[in-house]
Write a protein that binds this ligand. Structure first.
Ligand code: COA
Length: 144
């Protein structure tokens, strides 16, 4: 899988990211479009994984504080799940967080069903449960 990144929300990479996010979060998970596409779109680094020409997975990175990157909108197209692409995406995110932001910590808000997926990439849960877009979540983090 080849990963591309952009901060430019007029770029084809961003459009590919948004296409995946609309399918996964808005259509599949019924997240409100106004919550999904938010005010951080042009303040985040968008990452897309391509298998050949096909955009298969995406995430965005938000520098919350110096050295602390929040990983958001992690999504693999449903037809492409279970092939290790999610893990490849998380590895790419870690590399990008180090190279682009000199980050020392990744944080994210995990949907509860995805906690075992993030644990495979050595994230750990901290704090109690909460709802976001009406979906149960926990905070997770990883020192990198
Ligand atoms: N529960 C338990 N384990 C899971 C899992 C789940 N829901 N999803 C993946 N895993 C495990 C896999 O079994 C694999 O472990 P293994 O190597 O020991 O077999 C490892 O995590 C990596 O799996 P991978 O194939 O790389 O994951 P994926 O490409 O299927 O992507 C998601 C996983 C969660 C990103 C994908 O299911 C997805 O996009 N879901 C919808 C969007 C979403 O909920 N995103 C998370 C928002 S917080």
């Amino acid at each position: 899988m080849k990963f591309q990144m952009t901060r430019d929300i007029t770029s084809s990479i961003y459009k590919d990211s948004l296409t995946i996010r609309k399918i996964v979060f808005i259509k599949e998970q019924h997240v409100d479009e106004a919550l999904e596409i938010d005010e951080l779109e042009n303040q985040t680094l968008h990452v897309v994984g391509y298998e050949g020409e096909q955009a298969c997975c995406t995430a965005r990175l938000y520098e919350k504080e110096t050295g602390i990157i929040k990983v958001q909108r992690v999504a693999v197209l449903s037809s492409q799940r279970g092939k290790g692409y999610g893990r490849e995406l998380m590895n790419a995110i870690e590399d990008i967080a180090k190279s682009e932001f000199h980050a020392h910590t990744l944080i994210l808000d995990a949907q509860d069903h995805a906690i075992p997926f993030y644990e495979k990439s050595h994230f750990t849960v901290f704090g109690g449960p909460f709802l976001d877009a009406n979906i149960p979540h926990h905070h997770m983090k990883k020192e990198i």
